[in-house]
Design a protein around this ligand. Sequence first.
Ligand SMILES: [Zn+2]
Length: 384
Amino acid sequence: MLDDLRGPHARETARALPLALGALGALPTARETAAFAAGSIAVAVVFVESDGSLEAFLPAAGQYGAPRTVTTRFEPISRPSGQFNKDYRLSDAGWRWQIMDKLGYAHDGIDDSPLPERAYADSVRRETGADWAFVLYVVDSLRDADGMFPDGAIAYTADLYGPYMVLTYDNDGYRFRHFDAVLAHEMGHVFGALDEYAPPRPGYPSTGELASGYLGVRNRNALKGGTTDLPCIMRGSQATLDAFAMGELCPSSVGQTGLRDRDGDARPDVVATRPRFDAVRPTAVNGGVFTVTGLVREQPWPRGASSVGTPFRHDISIFVPHDLQFRVDGGEWLPLVATDGRFDEPVEKWTLMTAALAAGTHALEVQGTTGEPAGFVKELSAGP
Ligand SMILES: [Zn+2]
């Protein structure tokens, strides 16, 4: 799996995001189909076979995005992989574009940017309700003489954060029984982890001074320029297989994939977020009844600075505030009401109405949850 992280490593920078995020707030945008490896992940598996037919498109029965077999005119295993070539038939675009066409995801026909798999992954994510998604092409290599692409690649990922990876059945010397270890390594790339092997060519992003991932974590376990020498699935080759067998992911890769857990509560920081309550305004109506309005917003874990890959342009959380409730004087918890009818956005206006309160001071408690619960207590003074 040398040289297995393709792409320019910052392919979609300029047009990655509309400037106004609008109602999405901290939620991932359509282009952000992978940011950190916490939450749920949908994998759109595409089995690629070539039998010379352009017609035999055989989607598997069942859920949208479920494993499916797609045939292409080109034999993927006999095509060079990886970097886009002006003659698309000489790169993996020769068969990927056909598959994306059949699934209804347009490619641009010029430079393969944006990658059509990005839109496919995003729709699979939305249809399945997952937090993230990527496309896994499984290429039938068993009938190929040496199980290798012409340029030697047997497994690779398009770029940091996906949106697709290509694996073969026999994975060159790794063989099918190590499919899981190779998949784990490539999934590391999908969620921002860099390789740690010595750069196979100048400029390859696997050295120790680089920072990557949503949190912008240094590649400290790199063989070249690193400061640690720990077992890790990102080390490549036999070291990846050994580390996978032991379940070893070095702290650099843990950080780069967003799984860092600074407070040691067994929940990654990026999903240990809390909502914040603002603009709380109680209004005494009559007869001791109070109406209280306010805002609740998710506070995403702040992104770090990366030196490689498409930069994140906003702080991201996979949660919106939910389970919003209130009680007075330690009584029964009652639900808050979303002003727009549903708590489904990162920032929501809410309102509540108390029962008639007797003259005197009362404690109003409000709470809600994103990654973790949070809330506040406010004093209400009723009566003459
Ligand atoms: Zn790699």
